[in-house]
Design a protein around this ligand. Structure first.
Ligand SMILES: C[S@@+](CC[C@H](N)C(=O)[O-])C[C@H]1O[C@@H](n2cnc3c(N)ncnc32)[C@H](O)[C@@H]1O
Length: 261
């Protein structure tokens, strides 16, 4: 077994805080998993309790395929031992490991609220180590959210590097999309300054949201829908189908998600 790459960090987690990214994975990585001979998903860094790993498995088993295999990887051996009682092999297991992915070749890796606790220079090597370990068409979903999962953002990467950036929010409590800047992935959070593409993207979304204020009478979903439409009309490469916008997501491809450190 390779030596786990990385360092133990705070293990804070919360039930249901990763629902937005889980649902997005089911939609955007669903076909990849359906077509995979071995539908293996790794949840890297699940924290003090494995609650979000259990939820990920349940969501993917329902929405994508019942035989999905989720492995929770933790660098902290005490957290691996603590998760053992909820293991449900072969669909749900817990193993000690780090960014090298413990010799596994997963189709999808979800790494949430892990790199946030590292310094920015650690991001590029961690991304590289994880993407090198993926199955040939595999993807890494690396991101951050707040305590309750009301604000979240994540980058999708494959072997070639970042493919997209997604911002997601609970719309009923969102005052402005600018709030999402606090929860950008580590690779981007220090780049949210004028002149950087991620800043321009958040600015465009916030402007669209402001201009769509009259739609607030029809509910925040309608307002968000108008804001994302305005961003697309302004030329941003919005990747989601409009059907996904009302859930409070916006995904852009290309350089907005890719100011690689
Ligand atoms: C804040 S918790 C995140 C819990 C959960 N993913 C969530 O978002 O609610 C971060 C966890 O990542 C673990 N961790 C940090 N670096 C790691 C690495 N390189 N490999 C595996 N786990 C790691 C820490 O030990 C910690 O338990």
């Amino acid at each position: 077994m390779p030596r786990p790459v990385g360092a133990t960090t705070r293990g804070t987690t919360n039930p249901n805080r990763l629902r937005r990214v889980d649902n997005w994975i089911a939609v955007h990585c669903g076909d990849l998993l359906r077509e995979a001979p071995d539908p293996l998903v790794v949840d890297l860094g699940y924290g003090e309790t494995p609650v979000t790993t259990v939820e990920l498995r349940a969501r993917l088993a329902t929405a994508v395929r019942p035989d999905v295999r989720v492995v929770g990887l933790e660098i902290d051996p005490a957290r691996v031992a603590a998760a053992a009682p909820v293991a449900d092999p072969p669909g749900l297991t817990f193993v000690r490991g780090g960014f090298e992915l413990a010799g596994l070749r997963p189709v999808v890796v979800r790494a949430f609220n892990v790199l946030r606790q590292y310094d920015e220079p650690a991001v590029a090597p961690a991304w590289r180590t994880m993407t090198e370990a993926l199955a040939p068409d595999g993807v890494l979903v690396e991101g951050t959210c707040d305590e309750l999962g009301r604000l979240a953002s994540w980058v999708l990467l494959d072997h070639a590097g970042p493919r997209s950036l997604t911002l997601a929010a609970k719309l009923s409590t969102l005052d402005t999309p600018a709030r999402l800047a606090e929860r950008l992935p580590k690779a981007l959070i220090h780049h949210n300054v004028p002149g950087e593409r991620v800043h321009a993207f958040i600015d465009a979304l916030s402007g669209g949201w402001r201009d769509a204020a009259p739609y607030a009478t029809f509910g925040p979903r309608q307002r968000w829908l108008r804001a994302v439409a305005a961003v697309r009309e302004a030329g941003w490469p919005v990747l989601d189908r409009p059907a996904r916008w009302p859930v409070g997501e916006g995904t852009v491809g290309g350089a907005a998600g890719a100011p690689a450190p």
